[in-house]
Design a protein around this ligand. Structure first.
Ligand SMILES: CC(C)(COP(=O)([O-])OP(=O)([O-])OC[C@H]1O[C@@H](n2cnc3c(N)ncnc32)[C@H](O)[C@@H]1OP(=O)([O-])[O-])[C@@H](O)C(=O)NCCC(=O)NCCSC(=O)C[C@@](C)(O)CC(=O)[O-]
Length: 299
């Protein structure tokens, strides 16, 4: 299969990237991050989550972040919503795209959203109905597609029915998450072969954490499988509160560098993106997790 001519990036740094941070991050810093990312050319940004503040305290201020944003034309500002309460709060905050999140592992589903996979899918039904009535698009996630911190191995055959169920209930796209970041290029190809037999590849996205340093290789393996949408996190921010030891997503800077090298169009200005990552890294008081950004800072 030939590589796609253009690829769409979904920047998840403000949500997936920051959700695991213990130190308070001000609304102003979160808003500045989103604005820096849009200035760099990102057009799909996951800004926050409408989840229980007891479960994920860092996302408690998401409504304030949405209120303080000046929306730019052509940019989608999305939020995670685990239940109807989350969706109602998101709608009240003016959110026009939300994401529901399920898992391919029962153990992770219980730890992350306190219910079974089946119960989570039932919980999403009223979200889908209400979102549709409001004209709000819904993206789906499946976590632990290449391994689970509690269950261990996860087979592609366990992922496919969950992805298919999310599509059947009306998600416009399903992002397959290697939450733990242990996946390999070989396992990634097999994942998309199996899931791609049940969900059109044009409606699948890849979401790779970089714990074992395999995220870029997994993106490339996905490109070879015809996948054209990837989630990434500026400066490689993040980790999941329910996947201890897992690091952030593939750094957006590193992903853009890979795609530029392949001649694949992203519409993103790498210099401005690196600057956005350096700024949020300074706020967090640590070096950027992007290899590209670190190399440029050293050079
Ligand atoms: C789903 C629940 C709420 C169930 O949590 P629960 O405790 O089973 O729910 P509940 O309905 O019994 O409610 C408990 C309390 O939470 C409140 N509550 C209930 N819902 C909401 C809401 N929407 N917003 C705010 N508050 C809420 C509710 O009002 C109540 O408050 P209390 O009476 O105790 O004061 C909880 O488990 C939760 O919030 N989990 C969030 C988990 C999360 O955000 N995880 C990280 C994102 S997923 C991820 O990172 C993976 C991904 C997507 O990136 C892909 C990948 O890498 O794999």
């Amino acid at each position: 299969m030939s590589l796609p001519r253009s690829v769409e990036l979904v920047e998840v740094g403000p949500r997936d990237g920051l959700q695991n941070e213990a130190q308070p991050i001000s609304v102003a810093d979160k808003v500045r991050l989103v604005e820096d990312l849009t200035t760099a050319g990102l057009r799909n940004i996951e800004v926050g989550s409408f989840v229980s503040p007891k479960w994920v305290p860092q996302m408690a201020g998401s409504a304030e972040v949405f209120a303080a944003l000046t929306p730019r034309p052509g940019v989608t500002y999305a939020a995670l919503t685990p239940n109807l309460r989350g969706l109602e709060d998101a709608l009240a905050a003016g959110v026009r795209e939300v994401a529901v999140f399920a898992a391919a592992s029962e153990a992770f589903s219980q730890r992350n959203i306190n219910c079974s996979i089946q119960q989570s899918l039932q919980r999403f039904e009223p979200i889908m109905a209400r979102a549709q009535a409001e004209g709000v698009r819904v993206r789906g996630y499946v976590s632990c597609v290449l391994g689970c911190p509690y269950q261990g191995e996860v087979r592609a055959e366990e992922v496919a029915p969950v992805a298919e169920a999310l599509m059947a209930m009306g998600c416009y796209q399903v992002s397959l998450g290697d939450t733990l970041g242990t996946g390999t290029a070989g396992a990634t190809r097999r994942l998309f072969e199996v899931v791609g037999a049940r969900v059109p590849r044009a409606q699948l996205a890849g979401h790779f954490h970089d714990t074992y340093g395999q995220a870029i290789a997994n993106v490339y393996a996905s490109l070879l499988e015809g996948i054209g949408v990837f989630d990434s996190s500026v400066a490689g921010l993040g980790g999941c509160p329910y996947a201890k030891g897992a690091t952030g997503n593939v750094a957006t800077e590193d992903l853009v560098y890979l795609l530029q090298g392949l001649g694949i169009e992203t519409g993103i200005d790498l210099d401005l993106l690196v600057a956005a990552g350096q700024r949020i890294s300074a706020v967090l008081g640590r070096a950027s997790g992007s290899r590209v950004a670190r190399a440029r800072a050293a050079g």
